[in-house]
Design a protein around this ligand. Structure first.
Ligand SMILES: [Zn+2]
Length: 151
């Protein structure tokens, strides 16, 4: 029993060592395609306002294929809920201390892809709203509602 316990507690059993801090590991776990806590909170807020939308919605554009967190397809409004770590939020997007080259490359790739996605959507006539995961959910919902009333 003791050996089994020790094995379960070893670093490799906890998911490997390349994530250099508990915070990093938490961020990595929450990098799922949909259903992060900030996404769920925003979707609930939009539902409470009577807004109906699609989630995790794929759009095939000329240049690239895009997955959008929250979409109002008829209004061509695309909403992304960006994690502070993965999308380099100016307030919380500090890069991890270890494996610096790896992380810098990875995060820079994310940011560049975000820009390409925005450009492709905009040139296809979409409106794009990006929310940070740290943004108060009602503030984000206000921005979306405002964009819908203008669209
Ligand atoms: Zn942030």
């Amino acid at each position: 029993m003791m050996m089994a316990f020790a094995f379960q507690r070893s670093p490799s059993a906890a998911g490997g060592s390349w994530a250099s801090s508990p915070g990093t590991r938490r961020s990595m776990r929450s990098n799922r395609r949909s259903d992060t806590a900030p996404e769920r909170a925003l979707r609930s807020a939009l539902h409470r306002r009577g807004l109906r939308f699609r989630k995790d919605y794929r759009v095939d554009l000329a240049e690239l294929r895009v997955r959008i967190d929250v979409v109002f397809p008829v209004r061509k409004l695309a909403v992304f809920i960006d994690g502070c770590f993965w999308h380099c939020c100016p307030e919380h997007g500090s890069s991890p201390r270890l494996n610096n080259d790896f992380w810098e490359r990875k995060l820079r790739t994310n940011v560049e892809r975000d820009a390409r996605v925005d450009d492709a959507l905009l040139s296809a006539g979409w409106t794009v709203i990006r929310c940070w995961e740290h943004e108060p959910v009602e503030v984000a919902a206000n921005r979306i509602q405002e964009a819908l009333s203008l669209a």
